[in-house]
Design a binder for this molecule. Structure first.
Ligand code: DAH
Length: 339
């Protein structure tokens, strides 16, 4: 029996030294020390020993059990240490490696001029309002005093969506929505996208950007309009900039004007940028037509106002000397990353 016990000890130690995983070690523990294990099987035969032999064999069996238990624990610990070392090695971060640099984005030129424009008008006390891009004929035309037979109402000029809906062809709709919800004094601008059924070329795009402006109060005159626009033009193009009004026509203003600024490139002498005119056409404006005020429940005998509509793409093009409007919509990163 003594020999059998020593054989078990030797077999257990050898098997343990060859165990490759924690599961292997555990299986060996069960095999040698478990209830149905080899050591237990031997101990069960103790009854057949003489009382004189028992103490010595019992002591040896206990010693071997302790020995195998220790060997199991040792092997388990060694394996865990190896696993930890392996994991640490795998998770090592080399802090001397160069980092991954994400390319930095930049603002689109139209957004750049829009942000500047908003800051300039906010400094003059204007609020920024927003309006839907899908509009009804009423807001885009009727309330703005655009006659039923006006060519802009033609399918060729405006994108109609059916059911009285259209893609707004101008931000002027914001005038009506504002006057319906606010009472004078009103001072708002509304920058946004507008849509027209135009062919794409160097100066036209079916989608472009405008900013509407509206001021309504008692005693508003064209002097206020000129003062505000002059201030705006000087902030955008420089303090020497001159502004001139030319008579024009819009259904929603009376009188109506086209506003030019002196060419910032040549100072008015004439150059390539202004096509030798010395002036650059900037926007349309005028005094709000009494019919428009009336459509919004504002008494034109008490209140007056001015409105203007600025083309933001044109503003970006003249400011950054961009030769073709299509560049603004093609999203070529080589172009966009210059701003
Ligand atoms: N809505 C006009 C356009 O798209 C621009 C405009 C002209 C707006 C005169 C105005 C205005 O508010 O008073 O061409």
């Amino acid at each position: 029996m003594k020999e059998q016990l020593e054989q078990i000890r030797a077999a257990a130690k050898q098997a343990l030294s060859g165990a490759a995983t924690g599961q292997d070690v555990d299986a060996l523990r069960v095999r040698f020390l478990g209830k149905k294990g080899e050591l237990t099987a031997i101990l069960k035969q103790m009854g057949s020993l003489s009382p004189a032999e028992r103490p010595a064999i019992g002591q040896l069996a206990n010693e071997i059990r302790a020995d195998i238990e220790q060997a199991v624990a040792q092997r388990m610990r060694a394996m865990q240490e190896k696993a930890t070392a392996h994991r640490l090695q795998r998770e090592t971060v080399d802090i001397t490696m160069p980092g991954k640099v994400s390319p930095q984005g930049c603002l689109h030129p139209v957004n750049l001029v829009t942000e500047d424009l908003i800051a300039i008008f906010q400094s003059m006390g204007f609020d920024v309002v927003d309006g839907p891009e899908v509009e009804t004929e009423y807001y885009n035309f009727t309330a703005l005093n655009v006659p039923q037979d006006h060519p802009a109402r033609d399918m060729q000029d405006t994108f109609f969506l059916g059911d009285d809906l259209l893609l707004r062809s101008q931000t002027s709709c914001a005038q009506i929505r504002t006057m319906e919800t606010r009472k004078p004094p009103i001072r708002v601008i509304c920058p946004g996208r507008v849509f027209r059924a135009d062919e794409v070329d160097a100066t036209h795009s079916p989608v472009f950007h405008q900013c509407e402006g509206l001021v309504v109060d008692k005693g508003i005159t064209m002097c206020n309009l000129k003062g505000v626009l002059e201030q705006f033009a000087r902030e955008i193009y420089g303090p020497e900039t001159k502004v001139r009004f030319r008579p024009s026509f819009f259904p929603f203003t009376e009188p109506s004007v086209e506003v030019d600024v002196s060419c910032a490139e040549c100072g008015g002498k004439g150059c390539r940028v202004c096509k030798d005119a010395g002036w650059i056409e900037l926007l349309g404006a005028g005094m709000v037509h009494p019919n428009v005020l009336r459509a919004c429940g504002i008494d034109p005998e008490v209140y007056s106002g001015f409105a203007f509509g600025i083309g933001l793409d044109r503003l970006a093009i003249t400011r950054y000397k961009i030769s073709d409007i299509r560049l603004l919509f093609e999203n070529d990163l080589r172009f966009l990353s210059q701003f």
